[in-house]
Design a protein around this ligand. Structure first.
Ligand code: PMV
Length: 308
C-alpha cells in the first residue's frame, strides 16, 4: 500500500495578473490536504479510483477523456511508460472544492505521486507539477500554472508564468484567516470573463495587471523582511485592483471590510474571485475578533492557518 499527500494552497498576491505574465505569490497550506492511497488488486482487475468525499468511483477503462481523476492516472502512466496497473486508488481530501484552495491540483498531485511510488518511481517536483498542469488545462482552460507549481513544491513561491519559479523563505510566520463565501466559483468562467474585458480594453487592463505585478514584487520584499503591516497594506491595494478588474463580489467585499474593521492588517480575495475565499492577515491577538467579525459578515467557514 502506498500513500502520498499534497497540500492546499492560497494565492497571496497576483491572481489574474499572473495569467498575463505578471508575478504572483502563492503559499502552501499544509494542514488542509489531499491524500491518495494505492493498493494492488487481483490480476486483470484494472485501475479503479474511489473518491468517497465526492461520491465518485471511476474505472479507468470506462472513464471519459476529460475526467480529471482518470486523466492524471493516464498522464502519469504515459510519463512512466507503464501499462494500466491492477490497483485501487482511494482519494480523500479536506480541501474545500472550487473555492480557490487548489483542491483539484492537490488531488492530482497526490494521485500522481502515490501511483508513481507504487510503480517504483519517485516524481521530482518539476515532473509532478508538469503532469498536474496537463490535467489542469482540461478543466481550467488556460491556467497560469501557479497552482500545480506551488502544490508540487509545497513551499512559498514567487512565480512568473513560463519564466520564473522561485521558492523563498518567510522571515516570520504569517497568521492568515481563510474565509469562505460559500459561493462556488468556476475559475475557467472568471478567467474567460477577464479575457473578454481585456480584449475589449487592453490598455486599461494591462495597467491594472502591471500594478498588481508591482504589488507582488513589493510583497515578496516585505515577506522576506517580515514587515507585516506593509504586507497588510499591499493586500488591501491588491484587493482594490482586483475590484477594478471586476472579479470581486459584494460577499467578498463584505468579508474584506469586516476583517479590516475588526483589526486585520490587510485583506483581499484569493483565487479566481466572484465567490470562493478571501484571506485576512492578522496578528495573533486580533485573530479571534477578526474571525468572529467575518463569521458575522456571512463567512460560511473560517480556517485559521499559520504560513511559515
Ligand atoms: O481559483 P484558483 O485558486 O485556482 O486561482 C486561479 C488563479 C488565476 O490567476 C485566476 C488563474 C490562474 O490560472 O492563475
Amino acid at each position: 500500500m502506498t500513500t502520498a499527500t499534497a497540500p492546499a494552497k492560497i494565492i497571496l498576491f497576483g491572481e489574474h495578473a499572473v495569467v498575463y505574465g505578471r508575478p504572483a505569490i502563492a503559499v502552501p497550506i499544509t494542514h488542509v490536504q489531499a491524500s491518495a492511497t494505492v493498493e494492488g488488486g487481483p490480476p486483470g482487475s484494472g485501475c479503479t479510483l474511489i473518491a468517497n468525499d465526492v461520491n465518485r468511483t471511476v474505472r479507468l477503462a470506462d472513464a471519459a477523456p476529460n475526467d480529471p481523476l482518470a486523466a492524471i492516472v493516464r498522464v502519469t502512466l504515459k510519463r512512466l511508460n507503464a501499462p494500466e496497473p491492477d490497483v485501487t486508488i482511494t482519494i480523500h481530501s479536506t480541501i474545500p472544492i472550487a473555492s480557490g484552495m487548489g483542491s483539484g491540483a492537490a488531488v492530482s498531485t497526490a494521485i500522481a505521486r502515490a501511483l508513481a511510488a507504487h510503480l517504483g518511481h519517485s516524481l521530482n517536483n518539476e515532473t509532478a507539477s508538469s503532469l498536474v498542469f496537463e490535467v489542469e488545462k482540461l478543466y481550467h482552460g488556460m491556467p497560469s500554472g501557479i497552482d500545480n507549481t506551488v502544490i508540487a513544491h509545497a513551499r512559498p513561491l514567487f512565480f512568473v508564468k513560463n519564466k520564473f519559479i522561485e521558492t523563498f523563505v518567510l522571515k516570520s510566520p504569517l497568521h492568515i484567516l481563510i474565509a469562505d463565501t460559500g459561493i462556488r466559483s468556476s475559475t475557467k468562467v472568471v478567467v474567460g470573463d477577464v479575457r473578454a474585458v481585456w480584449e475589449a480594453d487592453r490598455e486599461r487592463y494591462d495597467k491594472l495587471f502591471m500594478s498588481i505585478g508591482q504589488i507582488s514584487v513589493m510583497a515578496r520584499a516585505s515577506l522576506e523582511t517580515g514587515e507585516q503591516s506593509a504586507l497588510g497594506a499591499l493586500m488591501d491595494g491588491n484587493h482594490w485592483l482586483l475590484r477594478q478588474v471586476g472579479v470581486s463580489s459584494s460577499e467578498l467585499d463584505r468579508l474584506v471590510q469586516a476583517a479590516r474593521e475588526a483589526g486585520a492588517l490587510g485583506a483581499k480575495l484569493s483565487g479566481a474571485g466572484r465567490g470562493g475565499n478571501m484571506i485576512a492577515l492578522v496578528t495573533e491577538e486580533a485573530q479571534t475578533a477578526v474571525a468572529e467579525a467575518m463569521q458575522q459578515a456571512g463567512a460560511k467557514s473560517v480556517i485559521p492557518t499559520v504560513v511559515s
